[in-house]
Ligand binder design. Structure first.
Ligand SMILES: Nc1nc(-c2ccc(Cl)c(S(N)(=O)=O)c2)cs1
Ligand SMILES: [Zn+2]
Length: 263
């Protein structure tokens, strides 16, 4: 068959040759400013321009559609949620959020901190509100806010609706509309979001465009173990429900000549 679709190692290993595993991904995936990376926290450079973020529309309760797109669970976000500040050159509109995870609670995040990977990672993807005269594909066309997720003892009420929705989207292409919820429900308290890491990188999925300004927050989201495991248990990569959706995590990429900054 022609160019097969991209997939993660766990999928390629279960059906060799059926899809393109990460080291075969095309597009810009084999270039040198890729994501995710390991963040060595003591090497991050303090940057006083990295001010706190301004979140607008993050607290708005909306009914949102969640979808199993065969790679992750993706929540569509209306263009009314926006961010500015945070050392960003412009205002950005939220477009979608999704997650990466593993049933092994120490290898489900895409970024690692000092070599440690956590249980999950949530990405809130934003597109720059560019005026027309801008370059076509600027390096900061996309801003992703990344939150690492670790196991906590408390049930996370903010994630209840999303976790309950998973039962309804077990197979690829299935959609479900959640009861009204806000993006803020999913995040740590806003006053804990002043500390973050910043670097220039890429999408962590093909075509891995090197157009993402990354923000990785120091404060982690905490979910109870059963909430974390629900993602791997309820979701499947395939229509036949033979392969649980888990380990949808791209391998770490070399930092190369890049520096990581910190607020
Ligand atoms: N079809 C799919 N698209 C994505 C996606 C899209 C945009 C972005 Cl920015 C990302 S990521 N992981 O770099 O945040 C992932 C996942 S699965
Ligand atoms: Zn992602």
């Amino acid at each position: 068959n022609g160019e097969s679709h991209w997939c993660y190692d766990i999928q390629a290993n279960s059906n060799p040759g059926s899809c393109q595993r990460p080291d075969q991904w095309g597009g810009e995936c084999q270039k040198s400013h890729q994501s995710p990376i390991d963040i060595v926290t003591h090497k991050a450079r303090l940057d006083h321009n990295l001010k706190p973020f301004s979140f607008s529309g993050y607290d708005k309760k909306e009914k949102r559609t969640v979808k199993n797109n065969g790679h992750t669970v993706m929540v569509s976000l209306e263009p009314d949620a926006r961010i500015s500040g945070g050392g960003l050159a412009a205002q950005y509109r939220a477009t979608q959020l999704h997650l990466h995870w593993s049933e092994s609670l120490n290898k489900g995040s895409e970024h690692s901190l000092n070599g440690q990977r956590l249980a999950m990672e949530m990405h809130i993807v934003h597109e720059k509100d560019t005026a027309k005269e801008e370059a076509p594909n600027p390096k900061d066309k996309i801003a992703v806010l990344a939150f690492l997720v670790k196991e906590g003892n408390e049930f996370n009420e903010g994630f209840r609706l999303l976790v309950e929705a998973l039962d309804h989207i077990s197979k690829p292409e299935m959609n479900f509309t959640m009861e009204a919820s806000s993006i803020m429900d999913l995040l740590p308290k806003e006053n804990k979001l002043r500390h973050y890491f910043r670097y220039q990188g890429s999408l962590t999925t093909p075509t891995c465009d090197e157009t993402v300004v990354w923000t990785v927050f120091k404060e982690h989201i905490q979910l109870r173990r059963d909430q974390i495991l629900a993602f791997s248990q309820k979701l499947y990569y395939d229509q036949e429900k033979k392969l649980h959706m888990t380990d949808n995590v791209r391998p770490l990429q070399p930092l190369g000549d890049r520096l990581v900054s910190t607020s």
